[in-house]
Design a protein. Sequence first.
Length: 300
Amino acid sequence: MENAIDAHASQVDVVIENSGLDLIKVIDNGDGIANEDVPLAFVRHATSKIQNRHDLFKIMTLGFRGEALPSIASVANVTLQTRAADSETGLTYQIQGGQVVSEAPAAGRFGTAVSVRSLFYNTPARLKYLKKPQTEMSLIVETLNHLALAYPQIALSLTHNGKSLLKTAGNGDLKQVLAVVYDRKTAEKLVDFKGASEHFKINGYLSLPEQTRSSRSYFAVIVNHRFVKNFSVSNAITSGYGSKLMVGRFPIGAINIELDPLLVDVNVHPQKAEIRLSEEGELTSLIAAVIRDRLSQENL
Ligand code: ADP
Ligand code: MG
């Protein structure tokens, strides 16, 4: 999915069968891959989205080191269908256990579809290590929810065993995505906020103090379009509510934080889910102040 987003897709559809054990398919309408580049995409570390050494410090693409496709193709049966925007014919490329099984020209739509079947067929230990199917499926749903919140301008869908689990409009409206990810009633009551300081711009939606949950995880933190976990930011959000929150209760919502990518280090965590921020104190004061002001505007 991250590859689809990096390839500028405006629509990404995910089709899962049997919690991913039978099929994981990601279909996008992005740039596609030039036919002659397809084999390279499956060679470990042969591709890179980093153009020069400066890019390392301001990573904007979600992937960058050419690991996902080679890794999955070494432990599954992977079919990639792609057609680049300027290409008359596309390519269907099948690779299993790292070996090319077939390769054929294909017409088909612009963009890329990657199908993964027989996951971990050649690594029984890893297959055994998978969690229960429901647990794996809920992790897939969580991943889709996070991407939907970070990319309201991309139409995302998730289908499991033929049943639709998530569908966003892709019109850029974060509140509509919150309605899909949580529920319409919860989302309707959220209020918008925004603010800025020297290094940061923030905006998003927050719940009123009476609308809370018992976990912090209902307030999405998105930094430069990346869904992240950051304890200081989560703390700043709750401190903005101050004594209006009951003990053990946490608000609902989403915050977008925009900053110069040079001020973010995404390389502290292998999945890039945790990040380190420069000028963190400036950010946490901004968040707490903006939330406090917004709540007092609502006469709270
Ligand atoms: P990276 O970590 O650099 O994203 P991947 O292994 O995920 O590496 O992908 C390898 C390369 O294949 C990418 O750099 C990109 O050029 C190409 N690629 C993979 N998936 C897609 C896609 N859905 N659309 C366009 N190009 C893709
Ligand atoms: Mg990638």
